[in-house]
Every structure is written in C-alpha cells, then in structure tokens.
Design a protein around this ligand. Sequence first.
Ligand code: ARG
Length: 495
Amino acid sequence: MTENGKTTDETSVVRRDRFTGGPAREFMSSLAADKRIFSADIAVDRAHTVMLAEQEIIEDDTGRAILSGLESIESDGHGALPDGEDVHEAIETELIDRIGSLGGKMHTARSRNDEVATCIRYRLRTDILGVVEDVLATHDVLIETASANVETIMPGYTHLQLAQPTTVGHFLLSYASALERDIERLLAAFERTNVSPLGAAAFAGTPFDINRERTAELLGFDEVLSNAMDASASRDFLVETVNAITTLATGMSGLAEDLVLFASRGHLILGDDYASTSSIMPQKVNPDTIELVRAVAGDMIGEQSAIQAGLKGLPRAYNRDLQRVTPHAWRAVDTVSEAIKIVGGAIEDAEWDGDALGKAAGEGFGTATGVADALATAGVPFRQAHEVVAKASAAAKGDRPSVDQIEDIASSILDEPLFERVSKEMIEDALDPVENVKNRDSYGGPAPSTVQAELDARSTAHETYQQMVISNRTSIEQAASNLEMEVDKYVWLYL
Ligand code: ARG
C-alpha cells in the first residue's frame, strides 16, 4: 500500500487491464516525487481544458464538468490521489472516477509527454525566482556588512599566504558581484524555462485544431516552444538551471571556506546560532554550519552530473529515463536555497574583529607591493623597485623592513640616494597598512573611496534584479488569476 494507495490492487482506468505494472509497479511510478508538480498539473489541465472548450473541441458542458471535477481534486490534494504511474495518470483516473467517462475527454490532443514537460517548466520557473530571491537576500547582507566595514583593514591572501592588506568591505563585495553573475545565469535559465511545450502531444502534434498560444498565455509562459518533438523531449532547461545553481554553490563554497579560515584565525566571530561545539572539547566553537554550506557544492555537482548523465545519448523523442532526471533539479533548488540563506544569516550574525584583523594585516611584509609601487611612482622602473623591496624583505627576514633598511638597499641598487626620488613620508605611508590601502584607489580597488562607489553600484544592481523578479512574479500571478477567471466562467455558469 503506498501513500496514494487508494487503488493499489486495482488497475487505473488509464492503464487498462493489461498493464498492471506487475512487480515493477512502484519502480515505474513517479507519483510520490510528482507531489512537487501536483498544483502545476492541475493548472495545466485547466488551461488545456479551457482551450479545448474555446476551440470547440469539447462542449462547454464537458469543460464545465471537467473543470469542476478538477476543482474538487485540487482541494482534496495530492495525498488523496489513487495509486498510479504518475500524477498525470492519477488525476485523470480520479477525474473519471468522479465525473464519469466525460473526464476521459480531458486528455484529447495532448500526451503525458508534453504535459509533464509543461508541469516541470511551470513549477521550476517559480522555483528559480525563489532561488534568485534567496540570493538577493544574501547579496543584501553582503552589501550591508561591507558598508559597515569599508575601513576595516584585513589581510588579503594569495596561495593562502599574506599578500596585501585590503578591507572587509572590499572582500565582501567581491562575493556580492559574483552573486550578481549567478543571478544573471539563473534569470537566463528562467527565460529559457518559461516557454510552453503544451500541445506538442507525444512529440508529433495532433490533428485537432488546438491553440498552443492560448494555453501558453493561460499558463503565463512567455512563448510557445514550437517544434513538437523538441518541446516534448528536451530537458536542457534543467541542465542550464542546475548548472547555474552549481556555479552558485561553487562560489558559495569558496565564501564558506573563507569564513571558516577567518573564524579559525579568530578574525571572525560566528554567532552561536551558526556555530557548534565539540562533544568532548569544551572550549570549542566550531563553524559546522558553514562547513555544511561548503559541502553543498559537492551535492550540486552530483545533481548536475546525474542530470547530464541521465540525458546523455537519449534518442528522440520521449524516453522514460527523463522521469528519473527531474527530481535532481528539485533537490538542487531546495538545497541551494537553504545553503544561501544560511550563509547570509551567518554573515549577518557574525562579528569581524577589527583589531585582530588590523594586527594581522600589519604582520609580515604585506605592504611590500605598496612600497614597490611608491618607488615606481617616483620613476624607478617597477622591475628594479621589485628587486629593492624583495631584498629589503629578505633583510628583514620576512618582517616589515624599516625605512632605513629600504633606503640602504635602494641606494646601492639604484646608485643614488633614495630620498632624491621619493619622500620619506611616501615610504612610511606605503609601509602602513591603512595608508597602503588608501593609496590603492584604482577602479575596483580597496581604497575606502573606491569601495564606497562600488557599494552604490552593487545597490543599484540589487534594485534592478529585485525589479526583474517582481515583474516576472507579477506576470505569473496575473496569468494564474486570469486562468482562475476563465475556469470560473465554466464552473459558475457565467458562459
Ligand atoms: N512520469 C513521467 C515523467 O516524469 C510522465 C510521462 C510519461 N510518459 C510516457 N509516455 N510514459 O516523465
């Protein structure tokens, strides 16, 4: 007995007596996973039925009976459906059960192949917008936290070695702009998802005078996916969406890794809600939550590979392999949404230790490049300036050399006293992490003045993407209420 076990031991009206499913019955069924597209399927059934009636392919009274039946099936929910190969078959069986053989007219001029493709697209487009909203919430946290830390000096690393001082603001905005590209990829996937395969039938069209534009409009799709074989068989929109999600998760795993490292150095103090402790070592505050976010990229690569492996080599047109591909996309959507919310919450809740960060930025000789830049600004060829500073660094054994040490080495390499070319103050400034950062005010650099401008750009982008989500959501909602009105005309006899 399954959850939807109403007719487990019987054969559905759609499958007829011959096709019992036998021992493969449960293996073949996607009914449980199809819970995700239950509402989508009801909407698709409604739009198709309204169109059939409008095109006079079915009588208005038949349309009314079908639409009323769907109404009650919807309110009873997915759990009340009879057993079946999938939600499409179960709803049709239930409909025929409730309204009699007239219900069998609903499936005129369509197939489960175009039906399922439409349901997946219908549901996924909203899910994509949900992911974008979650990304935007974290994008906002990054902007806010960056804005509060435009002047918070921190050590910047390459190869995990202290490289140059930067600011927490600059660091966080680096992830904010990466998230914007994730949003763009997701919105591009949304566009290609939001097209209607309905009316393609099995793959080969239908002799009925259907109106594919009308069903696309009733379901709020931007356009019709024209070639019927392409429409029913293609799942590249799943690949594209989950690729965008995987890229997002990969970027997030880097952010998570950075947070774990900063926490391990005591530069970032995670809030208790986002930390865990050790069952044995009482002093420990571990970044477990962030480590789990870091691991999500692995899951996503798995879902992405499963989708691509499932689709590879599939011939035209529909093949049942496709059924096993779909749930990977749902898992990807749900997991990434959760992870991006968690990482945003953790950042919002955490505290950056400005003193510890400033101290770490001043350790070693992270300001070396700035000193070389100061020499080069004064006309010393950069390669020679690099040599001077490298030697000064070696002389100071990796620590910050003194101005005198730099002067000695410079004078011997350059064959003239250093301070004929550069003021002592310039070297002192370059050696100081705060001044060093302030000097790097090139476009996109970490100087507070530059980061301030970047903050504005990020906020403007935020607003733009927010509007795009709102407008897409609005057209989907408008289509849904329009469809409801069309359905009501039949159900409540307004015709
Ligand atoms: N449950 C199926 C899926 O997810 C629906 C389509 C079945 N079509 C068929 N011709 N067997 O793909």
